[in-house]
Design a protein around this ligand. Sequence first.
Ligand code: NDP
Length: 474
Amino acid sequence: MASRKDSQFFEGGRSQNVVNGSRTSHGQWGRAWKADWFSLINIILLLISCPFIVYYFIMSCDQYNCSLSEPAIKLLSGRVHLLDIWDKTPSFTWKALILYTSWVIFQAFLFMIPDFCHKFLPGFKGGVQEGAISPAGVALKYEINGLQAWLITHTLWFANVYYFQWFSPTIIFDNWIPLLWCANILGYSMSIFTWLKACFFPSNAKDCKFTDNFFYDFMMGIELNPRLGKWFDFKLFFNGRPGIVAWTLINLSYAAKQHELYGQVTNSMLLVNVLQGLYVLDFFWNETWYLKTIDIAHEHFGWYLAWGDCVWLPYLYTLQGLYLVYHPVQLATSYAFGILLLGFVGYYVFRMANHQKDLFRHTDGNCKIWGKKPKYIECVYTSASGTKHYSKLLVSGFWGMARHFNYTGDLMGSLAYCLCCGLDHILPYFYILFMAILLVHRCIRDEHRCSNKYGKDWKRYTDAVPYRLFPGIF
Ligand code: NDP
């Protein structure tokens, strides 16, 4: 079993690491070592409520035409019992299990084959790439082949729709709830497996974090980078596939269902497919950059990522398309163009803000941001061993407008997806609400970490750039 002694030794260890071109220390990284009571209560509440939230949303669509209030009112007034809803819920089927298992095995197979896209796609950074250095000083190598997996999967999807016709393109929608049970089986099995793995055969014991609290460890994960063999990286696999590759297929299946039911695909459904498709493609095009983001560099792999990627992401990130199957909305052309513009501007801000920081850190400030030499704040910080290090915080471009303008762009794009569904129901707006909570919480967590790391230099930065997400507001 990976001992606590091992992990604690490395918390106070002496090695200095390089992340995104700047050195940083053990003590400043990743999640907390101890779970306070507030976090613990939140975690238990999330463990209980999240599966129920997913079930409630999906059942609201299946039985109540996507009305969130109707089942709640009927349940509270006693006109309907939970058991009635449960009885009407499509149950687990072997067909769904075979479909889901084949899907996961196919994605795992694609995950293991070397990348060829980087050999012929100019500007694409794929193949073997190095991730961020972990607190224990390990820099893992990753085979970046998500774009290839996405292209192969979607080529086969369209080949099936237009040529082979082995299965109906509505197959995902038609099995949506039986598939939910399968996704849960995988999500929970992976959470339990990775918890056991961290305890008994971790890939790197020195990057494990135990908190003495089972619930916290189970949810937030113990191992930083669990792997099977040299290449099967759980975090990279579950973060990107099967959930994100499936995202665009799920939307295509919804579009096909709309066509089957109403004889046409509405412009709102097209917009959802285009805008979310762009976001998904961006994710795979920039998968190498993604290795240095918080999800891969700092989060440990537990229920939060395993169950979240298997269930929460595919079921709740795709609510707009699901809603549009039940409520086909044909938007006025000017309104549709307005949404498209909002979505593209949001995407541009999101991508450029991330690119500016990446370029700045990559070149150590020797670059141009918006045509000029960038302004920055020099920071000094001390590692656990007491050694001084230097880093830079960009205050030009989007990073001079707000401290997390990349999140602002993401939120604009998220709002655009929701607006595609019109204003009749609240259900499709869950995504923007969730993203706002997720990103504001993440922003506060990240700033807390940066403030600990950079001390008075972080204060200079927050004085120079006083707003977090929306200049002049927050
Ligand atoms: P960021 O890419 O914003 O990274 C934050 C880190 O960047 C900080 O910890 C700090 O690290 C460094 N930093 C902060 N300010 C500056 C600055 N002014 N100049 C240079 N470096 C700075 O965070 P995420 O990894 O959370 O997000 C990446 C993207 O992914 C975002 O666009 C976000 O919207 C998106 N995202 C999407 C999600 C979804 O579910 N759709 C979920 C989560 C994220 P250091 O210690 O190196 O200084």
